[in-house]
Design a protein around this ligand. Sequence first.
Ligand SMILES: C[S@@+](CC[C@H](N)C(=O)[O-])C[C@H]1O[C@@H](n2cnc3c(N)ncnc32)[C@H](O)[C@@H]1O
Length: 403
Amino acid sequence: MLSATKIRAQQYDFPTQKASEGRAAIHDYPAMLHYLLVDDLLASFSKKEGIVYDPFCGSGVTIVQALKSQKRVIGTDINPLALLIAETRTLNVIPEKVELVLKKFKKSIHIAPADVPPVTNIEYWFKPDVIEHLGKIRALLLKHDDLPYSKFFKTVFSQTVRSVSNNRKGEFKRFRIDKDKLAFYNPNVWETFEQTALKYSQILSIPLPFREFQLFKHDLRQSLPFSEKVDLVITSPPYGDSKTTVAYGQFSSFSMEWLRGLNPYGDEDLKLDNKMLGGNKKQCQLPPSKSLEQTLNKIKDKKRSDEVKNFFSDLFISCANIVDKLSDSPTVCFVVGNRTVSGIIILMDEIIKEFFEYFGLKHFRTFIRKINNKRMPSLNSPTNLKGDTSPTMSDEYIVIMKD
Ligand SMILES: C[S@@+](CC[C@H](N)C(=O)[O-])C[C@H]1O[C@@H](n2cnc3c(N)ncnc32)[C@H](O)[C@@H]1O
């Protein structure tokens, strides 16, 4: 049953508007926030001179929408690819200048020697001709690292790597195209790069009016790398560890390997998933949440219950670090999903609420929306057995806490 503070909010369903529109269409990213929801939260809770913060900023939907509404904004994320995408989405670009660079690249691409970095199982994931062409574009990016819009072109390159790889399209995990289809698969690397650059330059040609932001590559389990106090937090944390939910590291790995040495936010590898919340096994205490305790007691599989505890222990530490940076009268909005583990629903909205109550904040409202637009796996494997799937997370919970 819904309580007076837990409200089904149809106005947040946005059935006809995709989450990946406008600047949010630049580069794929899993589980993006809906920009219209962020707009509404900004309009309802931001303060005139206040700072907005997204601790798990991912591809930067909160960052861009905050700048659109002329708010100063800070973002942190552990994934360097996410930060490159987020920064690119804030750029103001003149399409004619992009076209000039493309012309320059096109002239020298044939004579450019390919620079092919170490990429795991490269010949399994990329065709020989694709490897050669990606290597040539990478060589040009390395040579012209001082180029205007160099971050823009690196993001275009990253999306191109995804598009021309042998991975199935629309898939966030590593799944190769079927063998019979692969035989006829011949992506044109230069054309993909050029078309992606032209498309993104059009999107970024409508200027953002305000660009005061800071982005940090940071593990939220460590104290935060900035000194400002923040008035409004808008974020969506991972819903569980990477292994059983969204594998952000695996999603980013093709791009990160091809971008090695080029991303100003640093390099990473497949091990990134182990560094995400809940990613490494450890002895940990039960965080202070009745709902979490009850949920863990219901999960009979000890291994799965330990995984859930491990994840929430990391999330609790992250919340403590966030609370440390809150101003005197803040609002905290956490957008979460309640997934299923071994047939038991993890009431993440209740657990988050109890975490912040522990830190002295008060529950204001929880809104519930349908997430038909959000790019999330619609099925997960609650028992972790291959093929054993059940519907998950068609609802998203917007938990709002105030001081
Ligand atoms: C649901 S996604 C955020 C998506 C984002 N709201 C957007 O619109 O693109 C969760 C993010 O948490 C990040 N993350 C996971 N573990 C982290 C950690 N320990 N510290 C900081 N960020 C972490 C992931 O890299 C991922 O980008």
